[in-house]
Ligand binder design. Structure first.
Ligand code: NAP
Length: 291
């Protein structure tokens, strides 16, 4: 598959009922560092990847203020690479996790969230966000705690016009329903991929309510190996890579599914965008998730 295919081939979704984005976007977490340990990546390569993404039709970039390693910060790379931003580009951020000495260090309380959103606006050079998620819980999935007090802070920022649409991340269906009781939700960002399709109740609620479902770790995040014989065999039939098949599977799962694969590699970016044009037939889709 070649890079002549653009993100437009993935189709579109109307986020929050009024903001059109291509269903294949880009996750910025890998720009600053390849993993949770190890050195920072070369900032110039990150800038190249970002410009390449937008040139290839990506109009949805998922970032966060805590995507940084040492002096290399995703938000600053995004601003350097892309400002002044094209009108069609939607930049989404997440607030919640705190960094202490550059490492994940607990969760922001309600009183800290406003400053985190304001800081992300400043580093990105934006006047307002089109999408901000409240990211809750730890690294191992939703924690089940109440989200209402924290989500109400973001809802207030939305009322003030600093945020257009709200999202929640790393939630179970009870937390999603609790947040829906506070304010409308345009997107949910939970962990989900071809070998981890166990979020059916949240996905069903998103479909029912017209909410975008935006999986994190769509390629397994470098932890969950998504390689296996069936993935490889479907990939070989299409002359595609296993990553491309994993992304095509995601996009075929549901029309409200938005993919945001993360990479700091120009070659992987080209491969991921080209996956927007890959169509799997129903038998292949079933084959990939068969027990
Ligand atoms: N809400 C949350 O809690 C949360 C958590 C994690 C991530 N996120 C968001 O979700 C986005 C996606 O998740 P992610 O970046 O962590 O994981 P991912 O997209 O599942 O996988 C990224 C990993 O796969 C590699 N990769 C990317 N494209 C590839 C390709 N075509 N072939 C082979 N390897 C490839 C990357 O390495 P290279 O960089 O070397 O290509 C990186 O190691 C993030 O960027 C971030 O925006 C959100």
């Amino acid at each position: 598959m070649t890079t002549q295919i653009t993100a437009a081939a993935s189709g579109q979704f109307l986020l929050g009922g009024d903001r059109r984005v291509h269903r294949l976007g880009f996750g910025a977490m890998r720009l600053a560092a390849g993993g949770f340990t190890g050195p920072a990546r070369d900032p110039q390569t990150g800038i190249t990847v970002l410009r390449q993404a937008v040139e290839a039709g990506v109009d949805h970039i998922d970032t966060a203020g805590f995507y940084r390693r040492g002096d290399v910060a995703a938000n600053e790379l995004i601003r350097t690479a892309l400002a002044p931003y094209p009108d069609e580009l939607l930049i989404a951020t997440k607030v919640g996790p705190l960094l202490v000495d550059g490492r994940p260090g607990g969760q922001a309380g309600p009183e800290q969230l406003r400053a985190l959103v304001t800081e992300d606006l400043r580093t990105l050079g934006l006047d307002r966000f089109e999408l901000v998620y409240l990211r809750v819980g730890g690294m191992s999935g939703p924690g089940g705690e109440s989200v209402a007090d924290r989500f109400a802070v973001l809802a207030a920022l939305r009322e003030e016009g600093l945020i257009r649409h709200l999202g929640v991340s790393n939630v179970d269906v009870v937390q999603l329903d609790e947040a829906l009781g506070v304010a409308p939700i345009a997107a949910v960002q939970n962990q989900f991929h071809v070998h981890r399709g166990d979020d059916a109740d949240v996905l069903a609620r998103c479909v029912e309510r017209g909410i975008a479902y935006v999986p994190f770790f769509p390629l397994g995040g470098g932890f969950d190996p998504i390689e296996h014989d069936r993935l490889a065999s479907v990939a070989a039939r299409h002359g595609a890579t296993t990553s491309q098949v994993a992304l095509a599977w995601l996009l075929a799962t549901s029309p409200n599914m938005l993919a945001i694969p993360g990479t700091g590699s120009p070659a992987h970016l080209a491969e991921n965008v080209a996956a927007a044009g890959l169509r799997l037939d129903p038998a292949e889709l079933a084959e990939l998730t068969a027990p």
